[in-house]
Design a protein around this ligand. Sequence first.
Ligand SMILES: [Zn+2]
Length: 303
Amino acid sequence: MPITTMPRPISSELVTLRLLNARMDLSEHDKWNYARLEKGLEGELKFDLLTDGLVNNGIVIKGLLLEVNDSEFQIDTTLIFEGIIHLFDVKNYENDYYYENGKLYSKNGNILTDPLLQRERCESLFLRLLKNLGFNYRVESRLVFINPEFTLMQAPRDYPIIYPTQVNRLMKQLNEIPSRLTKMHENLARKLISLHKPVSSNMKLPAYEFGQLKKMIMCKLCYSLSTTVEGNFIVCKTCGHKELVDAAVLRSVRELIILFPGIRITTSLVYEWCGRVIHKKRISRILRRNYTRYGHGKYSYYQ
Ligand SMILES: [Zn+2]
């Protein structure tokens, strides 16, 4: 295609849980939620590789968090073609599931939030939003199970989902949709992206405070805290990843801002947060180069 309008945004809930998981002991439930979000993202990224391969004329919007009439909803992938908009909810479920009396169960008998109900809700909210914005398009939404290890037993034949074995055929079908885009399609895409909410109002995060979190520079790649300083680099003892000290310090500052919005960034705070492994003078130099300094001496802070 197509025009891919932006990289897939990672939800702030997942970003925060990644940071917290590295820096504190999460409860079983938070760990479960964290793993579920990582797994979901993995599935969405797999689906991105497929939509990136489409060659007809359309617009792909990856990951939208929208709100209409106080109801928040999320669309994993939106494909805008000339005459139709396709919405996809991507599930990365693994292993065996079964369907009984209108409900989805995992192998061990746990009932899952009905993904079909979710899909219907999402579609109707999206239609309402389009109407509010003054657009009138045909919309079709589908559920895609992307994981090849997923099996659903006893599902009715007309269950409107795409199974892993049907994903390639789906891409073929999408590729054959004749489509010529106009300014109006672009305007719609731009409008939708402008409405994307960076932070969900339904985040499920544990309580945490600065004092309780482990301090060290986190590896950018594997999120472990077992890193050391070697000259100009931060080296991860777990995965071997190397990152320039300056970049790693700035990343750590961004972590602080994500975890503690509004916190006052000072040299001492960053020194503490990075596990006291980088000289204060060096931290102060990095901050001065990248942020604006306010105040003097001991009382200075950066924004
Ligand atoms: Zn690592």
